[in-house]
Design a binder for this molecule. Structure first.
Ligand code: MAN
Ligand code: CA
Length: 220
């Protein structure tokens, strides 16, 4: 049907062109042969170009769809394999006392130590005192946790809280009324007074407490 329509309209177009050429050439006293044929060839050429472009578009569309499908499949596969790896890491870490959470291993010491000794204890295990970057992480470490040292101190400059990697504190989970140091409480514990998420207290660095060590995973 479509083919017929195209052919019909093409004939109509050709016919109207015939008439136009006939009239023009008749008035000029010329025949209708050469120029008319050129025009017909031109219009066929246009049509062919349009068809070619259409086919090209269709091919591109199919290629893009295939690429999109392939990419999505690969992303799905990667996600599944990452989830499986995370699960394995989680299971493995429980074996020797380390717990896994979002790209880090955590370990709670059994012995009580001063803040400096606690930091040393973590470093000897390829870790450092924990740095808390989110509420989720704070919730994770606060779970079933009493008082424990974390990697936060203002021992270099009173009131300027720094993590053990040198970064500044942005969000703190201080207990009510904390920090309240008068210059003598430069190290921070979590789990002070309550099991609430907001449970940090600035404390004497020479007090002896258990500590939470964190070892980040370098995926690269
Ligand atoms: C109270 C509070 C804390 C403080 C300790 C020191 O519990 O004032 O902020 O760190 O005493 O023992
Ligand atoms: Ca305090």
């Amino acid at each position: 049907m479509k083919g017929m329509k195209i052919e019909m309209s093409e004939n109509m177009y050709a016919n109207s062109e015939d008439t136009e050429f006939y009239t023009r050439n008749h008035m000029l006293g010329k025949g209708t042969s050469g120029t008319n044929r050129d025009s017909k060839t031109g219009s066929r050429c246009c049509m062919l170009t349009a068809v070619c472009l259409g086919v090209l578009c269709a091919v591109l569309l199919v290629a893009l769809s295939l690429l999109w499908f392939k990419l999505n499949t690969e992303i799905d596969q990667l996600q599944t394999s990452c989830e499986a790896k995370e699960k394995n890491l989680g299971m493995l870490s429980q074996l020797d006392g380390w717990r896994y959470f979002r790209s880090s291993f955590y370990y709670v010491s059994t012995e009580k130590k001063t803040w400096n000794e606690a930091r040393q204890h973590c470093r000897e295990r390829g870790a450092d005192l924990v740095i808390i970057n989110s509420e989720e992480e704070q919730k994770f470490i606060a779970e079933n946790m009493g008082i424990a040292w974390i990697g936060l101190t203002d021992m270099d400059s009173e009131g300027v809280w720094k993590w053990v990697d040198g970064s500044s504190l942005t969000t703190g989970y201080w207990g009510s009324g904390e920090p309240n140091s008068k210059g003598d409480e430069d190290c921070v514990v979590t789990g002070y007074k309550s099991t609430n998420v907001k449970s940090w207290n600035d404390y004497y660095c020479n007090n002896v407490e258990v500590c939470i060590c964190e070892r980040k995973i370098n995926w690269i």
